[in-house]
Design a protein around this ligand. Structure first.
Ligand code: NDP
Length: 325
């Protein structure tokens, strides 16, 4: 009812990241399921509001805002190469952030918590498509096991809190996310890395770019703003501690090669793409089954990749000098 929804404080950790900015965008408009509702106070945190790896700073920030709902996005996030180089950093930082956020307020005060897992943390040796029930059925891919095992513990934590304290703690499992405000720093994800490389090549008048891997790996890309809307829907409508895979349909899965060609085409870069096959492709595929999401949410208009990439490119072109670097 309107009364019980009034004066809700919703804290978004990691509010300055790709998904955090998409949630800001979604709640800049009113919508009963996918946007802001009356009486809601949305607070977006960045690491400068407190390092969530540190228990005392984490507690201080939660004491200050006293949220009754939390969208937990803060994480150490990176692309496959960065993950391979620094498994300890990804394991340690994410375990610390996730453990601290769980201890922040007396659990009965946070009535809903939605955290963020990823399809890249699933077992490497698996059948496809992967579904929610397979999350813990074997070791993750060696390229990101530090990140993967830390993230899997978020699910364990949600199950444990729900069973011992009857908390409404849950998680979304997105496939590869891209969108405006992405992280374009060294070690970032594939799409922002490619956008940066192609735009720079075009600006410098280069006739070829080099891309790591063979281009054969397959991915389901989800636009950050679509993910944001569905996470807000989960906050309102989803009452299970079981995590939920959220993405475009399986038939929208495309090769890295096709994604790079699309970025070149949208950027009007006509140079040659050279594939460096001495570099890893990461997982060859991680096709995700969205049957459960579709059953629960009904119809949802996902942004076509071409449109989402165009908006991301436009954002990058307009903000090239002040992206996170
Ligand atoms: P970003 O890297 O864009 O943003 C990370 C956010 O976490 C930033 O707001 C950052 O703050 C914050 N953060 C990082 N370290 C700390 C810390 N020690 N203390 C406090 N805040 C911290 O990530 P995304 O938006 O891409 O990802 C959001 C969530 O979605 C993550 O949990 C990620 O694991 C998950 N995910 C992402 C996917 C993707 O493809 N991008 C795919 C699947 C899941 P600051 O800006 O100040 O550094």
């Amino acid at each position: 009812s309107e009364a019980s929804d009034s004066d809700s404080t919703i804290l978004v950790t990691g509010g300055s990241g790709t998904v955090g900015h998409a949630i800001r965008w979604a709640v800049s408009r009113y919508h009963p399921l996918f946007g802001r509702k009356g009486g809601e106070n949305w607070i977006f945190l960045s690491s400068s509001d407190g390092d969530l790896r540190d228990y005392e700073s984490a507690r201080a920030v939660f004491e200050k805002h006293k949220p009754d709902q939390v969208i937990h996005l803060a994480a150490r996030v990176g692309g496959v190469f960065e993950n391979t180089r620094k498994p300890v950093d990804f394991l340690r930082d994410n375990l610390a952030i996730d453990q601290n956020k769980a201890e922040l307020r007396p659990v009965d005060k946070v009535r809903k918590l939605v955290s963020c897992l990823s399809t890249c943390i699933f077992p490497d040796n698996t059948s496809y498509p992967i579904n929610e029930a397979m999350l813990h059925n074997g070791p993750p891919h060696h390229s990101n096991y530090g990140y993967a095992y830390a993230k899997r513990m978020l699910d364990i934590s949600n199950q444990a809190y729900s069973s011992q304290h009857h908390c409404n703690f849950t998680a979304v499992i997105p496939t590869n996310v891209y969108g405006p405000y992405d992280d374009f720093r060294e070690g970032c994800h594939f799409i922002p890395a490619m956008i940066q490389r192609v735009v720079e090549a075009k600006q410098k008048g280069l006739v070829k770019i080099q891309v790591p891997g063979s281009g054969k790996a397959l991915r389901q890309f989800i636009y950050s703003r679509d993910l944001a809307k569905i996470m807000i829907w989960m906050l309102r409508m989803y009452d299970s501690s079981e995590p939920l895979i959220v993405s475009v349909d399986q038939d929208q899965e495309i090769s890295i090669k096709a994604a790079v060609e699309l970025i070149c085409e949208l950027s009007m870069f006509s140079g040659h793409v050279e594939w460096d096959i001495s570099q890893t492709d990461g997982q060859l595929k991680k096709t995700a089954d969205v049957t459960r999401m579709k059953r629960l949410i009904g119809s949802f208009d996902f942004t076509p990749l071409q449109k989402g990439l165009m908006e991301t490119l436009e954002w990058y072109n307009a903000n090239q000098n002040h992206v996170r670097k």
